[in-house]
Every structure is written in C-alpha cells, then in structure tokens.
Design a protein. Structure first.
Length: 310
C-alpha cells in the first residue's frame, strides 16, 4: 500500500490500497474467533480516540481492534474534555500529540475536522466520521462485508436508500463502491438527494422499487435528523411507507440480495424489524467485520509510518 500517514477519505485510497486493506482484514479476522483474542504486533503503540459525537459501534470497534493487536488505547469524549472550557480542536490535538500517541481517531460533527487535525499533528489521524462528509472506515467495512459474501465487488448493483445528503456513510460508500467497479444507485426523497449526484458516478432513483430492482445489496440509512436542520420530509410515517425496507419490499428483491445498514437502526422507519433480523440481513456481520477492518488499518498505519509523518 502506498505510504499513508492518515485515513481521512476514501478518495485518498487507490483500488489497490482498498484491496490490500480488505485482504489484510480478511487475514486478521480469524483472531476474533480465537479463545484468546490478542496478538502482539502493536505492543508499545498507542491509539487515542476523540469522539465528539455519540457512537456505539465505531468507538468500541476501534478500541477492540487496537486491544486485539496489543496496542494501548485511551479516549475522551467532548463532555469530559477541555473543549467544554473553550479549547479549540487544534490545541486539543497538539496537546494530545505532546503525549506521543501513534494514532489519533477522531469523530467530529464538523465536516473537515479530521483533515484539519491531520495537518496540525505528526501522528496518524483516522477519520471516524466528520459531519456529513465521510466515514471511510465504515465504507471499508461495508466493502469488506459485500466482498466476503459475493467474492467480488466488480459488477454488483448496490442500492443505497435514505438520507443520502446528510449521510457520511453514503458519501464514502458511493466513492468506494464505484471505485471498486460496483454500480451504485441512490434513492430517497428529493430533499435528501445531494445536488450533484453525477459527481459520484451514481444513478438516482426516486422510486424504491426501481432502485432495488436487480440490486445485489440493499443498504438502508438512518434519517440524520441531527443534521437536517429543518423539516425535509413530511413525516417519518410517510417516509417509512415510501422508502422503508419491509417484508413486502424484501420479497421484491432478488432472492440472493443482501440487506445492510451501518447502524444505528430506527426500526419501523428505514427498516422493519423482521427485515433487520431476517437471514438476508448482514447487519451484524458488518459490525464484526468493522473490528477486522480497523485492525487492518491500525496495523498498516502503525507499521508503515511508525505513527509519524515520513
Ligand atoms: C453512522 C454514523 O455515525 O455516521 N453510524 C456508524 O458509524 N456506524 C450512521 C448513522 O449515524 O446513522
């Protein structure tokens, strides 16, 4: 993989980089099923995570990934950090760097926050979700899950349904899956579709049945209400009736199509409980794979750069 200090955007990764990350993750995944889930390669390395927004999966996944590889981890949330006393992000970053971590993992409500931090520090920075911009590690675990299931990403049709405009997962997935040769179709209410979807090389459908027709993957997204600002849809009920993935919709997908969701799910809105829990759903596989993909990223970054700018 070409030398990288940071993982900030899927745009910065070549197709070969992505394949290398996915292959590394595949080889590390079996560690998660061992009775003793710990190997030594990152002994003596330190990952610091800064989560300025709520998170269950991503935060625990990074923490477990680091621990499985014997790195030390320590983290802080916005409410317990000096940000509440008025410290700015760059000062926070420089102070953390002064304690010599190897990797800093940042989730932040502002788009571009991880890029800003990466410029300010010498250690590696991983973007764990910045505003509406990107969530590269989620896209990598999504690609891993699809490739693990179908054996390839080439030529598959991926239908992403929901609040595309405000979803950093959708942005990273659109860039990643198209880069890997998949055909991506996005679908949702007109108010939740980005203004220039053609720049992503994706197709737009406003009718759910057209979007899921022949799809190999149907991925639903949560309505990102915390980022929508004003009412962009008439009601959750109307959204569920037009774009919700329920048993009737599942019936209309190809029999081998899989269901995905980055989580957290709002059951009954973007997806009905029976679909989320069906044997076509790979939602929990995504969560398991997230640990393997983050193990791969941590080991690649720490091995290549030793955590420092080259
Ligand atoms: C997503 C996020 O935070 O961007 N979740 C995740 O990291 N798995 C999606 C969401 O919040 O809806």
């Amino acid at each position: 993989m070409s030398q990288k200090k940071d993982i900030l955007s899927i745009r910065d990764l070549t197709k070969e980089d992505i394949l290398f990350i996915l292959e590394t993750a595949a080889s590390l995944k079996e560690i998660l099923d061992r009775p003793i889930k710990k190997v030594p390669p990152l002994r003596g390395k330190t990952m610091v995570h800064l989560f300025f927004e709520p998170s269950t999966r991503t935060k625990l996944s990074f923490e477990l990934a680091a621990k499985r590889l014997s790195a030390d981890t320590v983290g802080i949330s916005k409410s317990s950090s000096s940000v509440t006393k008025g410290e700015d992000l760059i000062d926070t970053a420089k102070n953390i760097e002064a304690m010599r971590p190897d990797v800093l993992v940042l989730r932040h409500p502002c788009s571009g926050a991880a890029h800003l931090m990466a410029k300010a520090v010498n250690c590696s920075v991983i973007n764990a979700g910045d505003g509406t911009n990107e969530h590269p590690t989620q896209a990598l675990l999504d690609m891993f899950t699809v490739k693990e299931h179908f054996g390839t990403l080439e030529g598959l049709k991926i239908a992403i349904i929901g609040d595309i405009l405000h979803s950093r997962v959708a942005h990273s997935d659109m860039i990643g899956f198209t880069k890997m040769g998949s055909e991506v179709v996005i679908c949702g209410p007109g108010t939740l579709i980005p203004p220039a979807p053609e720049i992503y090389g994706v197709k737009v459908e406003y009718n759910l049945l057209d979007a899921i027709k022949d799809a190999d993957v149907v991925m639903a997204l949560r309505l990102q209400k915390e980022r929508q600002g004003k009412h962009l849809i008439p009601s959750d009920r109307e959204y569920a009736s037009l774009f919700g993935i329920n048993a009737e919709i599942l019936q209309k997908t190809k029999s081998e199509a899989i269901i995905m969701h980055p989580g957290p799910i709002n059951r009954g809105i973007e997806m009905s409980p029976d679909v989320a829990d069906s044997d076509r759903s790979l939602i929990l596989n995504q969560v398991t794979n997230g640990v393997a993909v983050r193990m791969a990223l941590l080991s690649i970054l720490m091995a290549e750069t030793g955590g420092q700018r080259q």
